[in-house]
Write a protein that binds this ligand. Structure first.
Ligand SMILES: Cc1ncc(COP(=O)(O)O)c(C=O)c1O
Length: 368
């Protein structure tokens, strides 16, 4: 079975983890601090704060901006629900805006009309664009709208470590960027995540928030505010450190495979059987998702592909359709379509062009 994705963990990475395990220094420590510096250098930002997941990264970012009861934060209608869940957990309200059909990212025209017509009752505080599957959101428009209306921007770059936009790295294009190191991501530490920022005061607050609201001062541990434990372990950091030097090469391999998909699937697109995402030079291709024509039942297509030895799955969720953030149906059309008909196909850097050919041949047989 050709899997949807596969972590890329070599013997050197395993040895690095074993070394940390043997050292007995298991919780946050030197490996984490070194990985934070290496990631900050890679992203070109002032600070990186490692945390226990992409979800905790987003949660800490919201807490650091004091977002809570009476506030609202804008999210796109096609993402993993963690993006909106953390907003709801702070007591604020996630406000859902539609995405674009060719990029699956926040529609900045719909964003602009929502923000300029905002009448409350909540205080609009922030925009949380998602670089969905590694496709960089339209950050120029998003940052412009945010600046004009005094809003913070938190990038959900969970899928997008290594993606680029206008010469910068995704996750370092706004106030705060959040990454996930879940095994479906190109760089994985099992569970894990990171926060990037160029604001030193926010960085200091977020370091404290991931560690019980505590700081070590010359007079000992001091607790400044209620918070939680979102730390990463040293052995997870060791795993991540081994992968980071390979990341750009892996993303390049994914770009080549995505190009193969786009050209092999062109005949199916011409026949109106599916649509593909547009090409973008900065896309990091964490996932390759096509959108089936509504005439197909996706679960049947997934079952038939499995018969051909190809794993596939839905791509992500429409927040308005899952309906757990208050009734926000009717404002978007694209997100619900992507949720209903999106089909993620195998994509990981260890795949060959023959594997891509195999998936396309299977898809052709199933849809044709
Ligand atoms: C867009 C997006 N945001 C947030 C998350 C949450 O990340 P984690 O699973 O590391 O908590 C994910 C994970 O899939 C994601 O895809």
């Amino acid at each position: 079975m050709l899997k949807l994705s596969q972590p890329n963990i070599d013997d050197a990475a395993i040895a690095a983890v074993v070394e940390v395990l043997r050292s007995g220094q298991l919780v946050h420590g030197q490996e984490c601090e070194t990985f934070e510096k290496e990631l900050a250098e890679y992203l070109g930002c002032g600070d990186v704060i490692l945390v226990s997941s992409g979800t905790s990264a987003l949660h800490v970012a919201l807490m650091a901006l004091d977002i809570g009861q009476g506030d609202a934060v804008i999210v796109p209608d096609f993402t993993f629900p963690a993006t909106a869940n953390v907003i709801a957990l702070t007591g604020a309200r996630p406000v859902i805006v539609d995405v674009r059909p060719e990029t699956y990212t926040l529609d900045s025209d719909a964003l602009e009309s929502l923000v300029s017509g905002w009448k409350g009752p909540e205080r609009l505080r922030a925009i949380m664009p998602v670089h969905e599957f590694g496709f960089p959101a339209d950050m120029e428009s998003i940052n412009r709208i945010a600046e004009a209306h005094g809003l913070a921007v938190i990038e959900d770059a969970a899928c997008a470590l290594g993606a680029t936009y206008a010469g910068g790295k995704a996750g370092n294009l706004a106030d705060i960027g959040c990454f996930s190191f879940h095994p479906r991501k190109t760089l994985t530490t099992g569970e894990g995540g990171a926060i990037a920022t160029c604001h030193p005061e926010l960085a200091a607050r977020m370091r404290r928030l991931r560690n019980h609201g505590m700081e070590r001062t010359p007079s000992g541990m001091q607790f400044f505010e209620p918070a939680t434990n979102y730390r990463l372990t040293n052995f997870q950091a060791a795993l991540g450190r081994q992968q980071l030097p390979h990341l750009d090469e892996w993303i390049q391999a994914r770009r080549d495979l995505a190009k193969g998909y786009l050209s092999n699937l062109a005949p199916l697109v011409e026949q109106g059987l599916l649509t593909c995402p547009v090409w973008d030079d900065g896309h990091s291709w964490q996932t390759f998702m096509v959108v089936l024509s509504p005439s197909f039942v996706r679960s049947d297509v997934i079952a038939a592909l499995r018969e051909h030895g190809v794993e596939s799955n839905l791509g992500a969720q429409s927040l308005s359709v899952i309906g757990i953030y208050g009734d926000q149906t009717g404002n978007s059309t694209v997100g619900p379509q992507l949720y209903a008909s999106g089909l993620a196909l195998p994509l990981f850097e260890q795949m060959s062009t023959d594997d891509v050919q195999k998936v396309c041949t299977a898809l052709n047989a199933v849809l044709g």
